[in-house]
Design a protein around this ligand. Structure first.
Ligand code: CUA
Length: 151
């Protein structure tokens, strides 16, 4: 008789344990701030912040820059951001692995399809900075550059 009770107790514990694991995994999967965010490469244009690419002011001291990388270039309208403010770059790729590298800065992000790479950076000096791809990505590689103006 006692064995039966212990068996039932064991099964219940197992179910409880498995559901906790399941719930934890589920909430991790869906936590927007949990590390690297994922994105469906087919739906980039419909997914924030890439539905509105380019520079967006978030508050007095923070700006966000959303950019999509793909062979032959970065899709971003004119990029102009102020010096001395925190700029949060959010970059994803439509096709293969690229990089998002800003010359003369420490910004050197790996851009992977299906993921959103985020990097915050504050420009100290105004000027024009070259943005380029450091990761060989095929025939379009040498065409992958653009510019960001810091004022
Ligand atoms: Cu993209 Cu090289």
């Amino acid at each position: 008789k006692f064995e039966k009770i212990w068996l039932i107790f064991g099964i219940i514990s197992l179910i409880v344990f498995l559901s906790i694991v399941g719930v934890t995994a589920f909430s991790h999967d869906h936590h927007p701030s949990g590390g690297m965010d994922t994105i469906d490469p087919e739906k980039i244009e419909q997914t924030a912040p890439f539905d509105n690419p380019g520079v967006t002011q978030i508050d007095d001291d923070t700006y966000q820059v959303a950019i999509v990388a793909m062979a032959f270039g970065y899709t971003a309208p004119e990029l102009r951001v102020p010096a001395g403010k925190e700029i949060i770059f959010k970059v994803t790729s439509k096709d293969v692995v690229h990089s998002f590298t800003i010359d003369d800065t420490k910004v050197n992000m790996m851009v992977v399809p299906g993921q959103i790479t985020t990097r915050a950076y504050t420009f100290e000096k105004p000027g024009k900075y070259l943005i380029l791809c450091n990761e060989y990505c095929g025939t379009g590689h040498h065409f992958m550059f653009t510019e960001i103006e810091v004022y």
